[in-house]
Design a protein around this ligand. Structure first.
Ligand code: ATP
Ligand code: MG
Length: 351
C-alpha cells in the first residue's frame, strides 16, 4: 500500500529515536512491498530556532496531508525560559488541537526479561497487558481559568458527545482484545464524573459482548499497583489519565520502552514515545529507541491497518528485549544504533 508519513523529530533525543524508528518502517516497507513516503518537518524548539514558531505553517500543512505522523519529542533547557514569547510544547499542543486527536492510547506491557527493573517484583507482573485510553482534548486542561491574588479556579467541563466518542473508541478496542473495559472516574464527588459514568453506561449497552467495570480514580491508583494484571482496556478523562498512565509507565521499568498513539475521527494518528526529550542524554547515541519503534507498530496497526506488519515489529522488539542487546536505561550498554540493528535483524528473521 501507499502511505504518506510525516516525521517530526523535534528536540533532544527526538531525532535519534525517530531515525531508528524510520529505519524500521523502511524495512517493513521493503519486506512487505509497501510504498511509504517520508516527509521530515520541523516542530518544537528546532522549529523555533529555524522559523521563530513552534508549529510552522508548512509543518501543519504537511501534517494535514499525511496519512500518519511520527513524532520524537519536543522541549529542552535551551527553550525553557518562562518569559520566552514561544515555547516548544505549544507546537505539540497546537498540533493535537489542529488534528482533533481526542483519544490517547498507551499500551502497557511488562516484559518478563525486564521484570527486575519494575518496582513490583513479584507474580503480579505476569501477563500485565493494559491499554489506557485517555481523553485528550477536554476536562480541566482546556476549561476556563481564573486567578486573583488569593483565589484560583480551573473549570472542568465535559459534554456527552466528548465522552461518547472516546468511550466508543475504548469499547471498539476492547472487542479486539479481552472484551473488558474499566471506566475510571470520581463519580462520588464530581459532576463531570457523574455525566461520564452515565454516558459510559449508555454507550456500553451497544456492546453487550464487552464487560464494563467502574472504578473510582483513587481506588484505581492503588489497584494498578496491587492487581495490574486484572485490567484490559482502561478509559478515563484527561487529568486522571495523565496521572494514571505515568504511574503505569513506572511498572514497565523504563520510560524509554513505551509507545503512544493519539487518534481522532478517521484513520490519521499522531504516534510518539511517551518519554520527553531527555536532554541529559541527547546527542550521545544512547537513547532507547524501543518506545518509538513500538509507536511505529501502533502506526501500522491504527492508521495503516497493517496488523501483520504491526505484530512483526512487536515480535522483533520482544525478541530484542528477551535476548538483548539492551540500552543503558534497562541495564545494558548498547547504543541506539545497536538496538535498532538488532530489531532490524529480528524483523528479517521473523517477518
Ligand atoms: P517531558 O517534560 O518532555 O515529558 P520528562 O521530564 O518527562 O520530559 P524525559 O525527557 O522523558 O523527562 O526524561 C526523564 C528521564 O528518563 C531522563 O533521565 C531521561 O534520560 C530518561 N529517558 C527518557 N527517555 C529515554 C530513552 N528513550 N532512553 C533512555 N532514557 C530515557
Ligand atoms: Mg514527562
Amino acid at each position: 500500500m501507499k502511505a504518506r508519513i510525516v516525521t517530526l523529530p523535534g528536540d533532544g533525543v527526538g531525532p535519534e529515536v525517530t531515525a531508528a524508528a524510520v529505519a524500521v518502517l523502511q524495512a517493513v516497507a521493503a519486506h512487505y512491498a509497501h510504498d511509504f513516503s517520508f516527509d521530515e518537518q520541523l516542530i518544537g524548539g528546532a522549529a523555533i530556532d529555524a522559523t521563530g514558531e513552534p508549529l510552522p505553517a508548512a509543518t501543519l500543512a504537511a501534517c494535514k496531508n499525511a496519512d500518519a505522523l511520527l513524532l520524537g519529542a519536543v522541549g529542552g533547557p535551551k527553550w525553557s525560559d518562562p518569559n520566552a514569547p514561544v515555547r516548544p510544547e505549544q507546537g505539540l499542543l497546537g498540533l493535537r488541537a489542529a488534528l482533533g486527536v481526542y483519544a490517547n492510547l498507551r499500551p502497557l506491557t511488562v516484559h518478563p526479561a525486564l521484570a527486575s527493573l519494575s518496582p513490583l517484583k513479584n507474580e503480579k507482573l505476569h501477563n500485565v497487558d493494559v491499554l489506557f485510553v485517555r481523553e485528550l482534548t477536554g476536562g480541566a486542561y482546556f476549561g476556563a481559568k481564573t486567578r486573583t491574588a488569593d483565589t484560583a479556579t480551573d473549570e472542568c467541563k465535559y459534554t456527552v458527545a466528548e465522552v461518547e466518542r472516546v468511550t466508543r473508541r475504548a469499547f471498539e478496542l476492547a472487542r479486539g482484545r479481552r472484551q473488558h473495559v474499566t471506566s475510571v472516574d470520581k463519580a462520588n464527588v464530581l459532576e463531570t464524573s457523574r455525566l461520564w459514568r452515565s454516558t459510559v453506561i449508555r454507550v456500553a449497552a451497544e456492546y453487550p459482548d464487552v464487560k464494563l467495570e467502574h472504578q473510582l480514580v483513587d481506588s484505581m491508583a492503588m489497584l494498578l499497583l496491587t492487581q495490574p494484571n486484572r485490567y484490559d482496556v482502561v478509559v478515563t478523562e484527561n487529568l486522571f489519565g495523565d496521572i494514571l498512565t505515568d504511574e503505569a509507565a513506572a511498572l514497565a521499568g523504563s520510560l524509554g520502552l513505551l509507545p503512544s498513539a493519539s487518534l481522532g475521527e478517521g484513520r490519521k494518528g499522531l504516534y510518539e514515545p511517551i518519554h520527553g526529550s531527555a536532554p541529559d542524554i541527547a546527542g550521545k547515541g544512547v537513547a532507547n529507541p524501543v518506545g518509538t519503534i513500538l509507536s511505529v507498530a501502533l502506526l501500522l496497526r491504527h492508521s495503516l491497518q497493517l496488523e501483520a506488519e504491526a505484530q512483526a515489529v512487536e515480535a522483533a522488539v520482544d525478541h530484542v528485549l528477551q535476548h538483548g542487546p539492551h540500552s543503558r536505561d534497562i541495564g545494558g550498554d548498547a547504543g541506539t544504533d545497536a538496538v535498532r540493528d538488532a530489531v532490524l535483524a529480528a524483523l528479517n528473521d521473523h517477518a
